[in-house]
Design a protein around this ligand. Structure first.
Ligand SMILES: Cc1cc2nc3c(=O)[nH]c(=O)nc-3n(C[C@H](O)[C@H](O)[C@H](O)COP(=O)(O)OP(=O)(O)OC[C@H]3O[C@@H](n4cnc5c(N)ncnc54)[C@H](O)[C@@H]3O)c2cc1C
Length: 351
């Protein structure tokens, strides 16, 4: 590790922050289009979900305008050099398993490879070190090698891991009918109905193996103490299918989507927070930004702005009662955060 004092660290970070906020798509449209420009669709917010919607709309021949409130596109899918020079970090998301299974990537419906997005699937899926020096490593598609690392902690759990990996592989290929009637199907359903904690105690004897599964299982966001979270108790088996990550960092997805949209004549404007939806004749006809600019959409407005915020952007009586009920009772749960380290060498794994 490069030694750096806290004072230096803060100085360097402050100096780098503005650089980190500059990205390709941000440079493309600093000032924003004219309000008189006509677009088929306006996309409010440029997280990867709305960028993908914009990419599909642009591919279908529509003119799109993407308005992002921050200085860069991407939302939770950004990679920037904020810690030390030369170290690019994912600011939120890292793993793109869900995107790998999305037809946009899987079936190449939105071809981002030519715009710099490509996934790699590392052999070491996850490594879990414990304070007492023990550790577990999950190897992609390799139950025996993974089980060897568990055997150093518990022989019994290592055998259970190999047995459950076979059961899980069989189960994943079953039809819904087979799942409902087979022994394996009933087993996994019953495990799934338990809380993560109860299921982990059922499956594993070692607190290390229980904790390793529950910690990684918890990445999905639900509390392991909730009923129905039993699947968290065997996350290290699920992980054997791999955790694809983009070459160059998570933000490559947002950058590639931005390039894709611009290559199809889409317009991306950053530092353009939307504050109000323009409603005409009972339909959303466009948006108004904080700076007062108004943009109109011929066909529709799409947004992934958080629903708790978006609901205040139009008169409350225009939303359905059903939607209002759901939004009113929605509560944020636990926060998610990531640690990033600037290392001077590749990590070595102790197991
Ligand atoms: C620490 C952390 C780690 C994570 N790791 C993973 C992971 O490894 N894999 C994974 O799949 N997921 C992960 N996630 C979750 C993932 O990051 C989010 O699910 C994803 O970013 C949501 O994308 P989105 O497009 O729906 O919304 P967002 O990314 O939230 O995008 C919304 C966009 O709208 C903009 N916006 C908001 N209000 C306005 C406004 N009024 N006007 C204009 N623009 C506005 C925002 O600035 C933002 O750019 C992680 C999340 C965190 C916090």
């Amino acid at each position: 590790m490069t030694p750096t004092s806290r004072r230096n660290f803060l100085k360097k970070t402050a100096a780098l922050a503005p650089l980190a906020m500059t990205s390709l798509a941000a440079k493309a449209q600093q000032s924003g289009p004219s309000s008189s420009d006509q677009f088929d669709y306006i996309i409010a917010g440029a997280g990867h979900n709305s960028l993908l919607a914009a990419a599909y709309l642009a591919k279908a021949g529509n003119t799109v305008l993407v308005l992002e409130g921050r200085a860069t596109i991407g939302g939770g899918v950004k990679t920037s050099e904020v810690l030390l020079p030369g170290f690019r970090e994912d600011l939120c998301s890292t793993v793109h398993s869900a995107y790998a299974a999305n037809p946009a990537y899987r079936d190449n419906e939105i071809d981002l490879r030519e715009f710099g997005y490509d996934l790699m699937d590392p052999e070491i899926v996850v490594h879990i070190p414990f304070l007492d020096g023990a550790s577990i490593t999950v190897y992609r598609d390799d139950p025996n090698r993974t089980a060897e690392t568990i055997a150093k902690i518990s022989k019994k759990d290592s055998e259970t891991y190999k047995r459950l990996a076979i059961l899980q592989a069989k189960y994943s290929k079953m039809s819904q009918t087979e799942r409902a009637s087979s022994r394996e199907g009933k087993f996994w359903r019953q495990i799934g109905e338990l809380s993560g904690y109860d299921a982990a105690r059922q499956l594993w004897e070692s607190p290390h193996v229980q904790a390793a599964n529950l910690t990684t299982g918890h990445f999905s966001g639900n509390a392991g103490s909730d009923l129905g979270m039993g699947r968290q108790a065997y996350q290290l088996i699920t992980y054997m299918s791999g955790r694809p990550i983009p070459r160059g960092g998570s933000g490559m997805l947002s950058d590639a989507l931005g390039r894709y949209i611009e290559a199809r004549n889409g317009v991306i404007a950053t530092s353009k927070p939307v504050q109000e939806l323009i409603i005409e004749g009972g339909r959303c006809a466009g948006v108004e930004c904080v700076d007062g600019t108004r943009y109109r959409a011929r066909k529709g407005v799409v947004s992934t702005i958080h629903i708790k915020h978006m609901i205040d952007m139009a008169p409350r009586e225009l939303w359905s009662d059903e939607l209002l009920d759901i939004v009113d009772i929605w509560q944020p749960e636990h926060a998610m955060f990531a640690f990033t380290y600037a290392l001077s060498a590749r990590p070595t794994y102790s197991s």
